[in-house]
Design a protein around this ligand. Structure first.
Ligand code: 5GP
Length: 189
């Protein structure tokens, strides 16, 4: 998505060769019009699939997932991050390491909002090693729901997350693919 790439070049900053700061677009501030365009693009990419729900992980995935759900006319479910893992029989839970925070968090989705009748489109902000995505994919599998695929705003393709998920036979669509951050420069694929 050219508009997104232009905005990344203008507004992102490079923290180190692995991490891009995207606070101005995704992780702290949100541009509603740009986010709406992203939602339209994901809806277009998955137009042939009968999606019943959009799903994401709180919190930075929520705006773009909402924009996508609005265009598709379906509900949005966001996995919640929990501080304690008191076994909850009414929820699917997975433990995921956090790429940026260096801690482990537990994500959960209530059984009430995900079932074998659903075909879900999983939207997220950034994919790096894919741990967060794998956690939610496990939850989707355990619920019996069908995973239509993933829609990722920024794929850092020099890290292995999206590749290993595609190798599992899961469709992954990314709006911007970053091949490298070496030398303090953003290089798109
Ligand atoms: P993963 O689980 O794929 O390794 O990391 C995914 C999550 O970590 C994303 O949802 C995002 O919140 C955070 N993350 C990973 N890499 C970056 C990065 O380069 N910049 C920012 N801002 N967040 C990142």
């Amino acid at each position: 998505m050219e508009l997104l790439k232009e905005r990344i070049l203008r507004e992102a900053s490079i923290l180190n060769q692995d991490v891009l700061k995207l606070d101005a677009l995704l992780n702290h501030q949100v541009d509603p019009l740009l986010t709406q365009e992203m939602g339209k693009e994901f809806a277009r990419l998955y137009a042939e699939t009968p999606i019943t729900k959009v799903i994401t992980v709180e919190s930075s995935g929520i705006p773009v997932a909402y924009a996508t759900a609005l265009v598709l006319g379906v509900p949005l479910v966001f996995a919640r991050r929990k501080k304690t893992l008191i076994a909850d029989p009414d929820a699917y839970c997975e433990r995921v390491p956090s790429f940026t925070k260096g801690i482990v968090t537990d994500i959960m989705v209530s059984r009430q909002f995900l079932s074998a009748d659903d075909t879900v489109l999983f939207i997220d902000d950034i994919i790096a090693n894919g741990d967060a995505a794998r956690g939610l994919i496990k939850i989707i599998e355990r619920s019996g729901a069908t995973l239509a695929g993933l829609g990722i705003v920024v794929e850092k393709s020099f890290q292995s997350g999206a590749r290993t998920i595609r190798e599992q036979g899961i469709r992954v669509e990314s709006l911007a693919k970053i091949a490298s951050l070496d030398g303090g420069k953003i290089r798109f694929e």
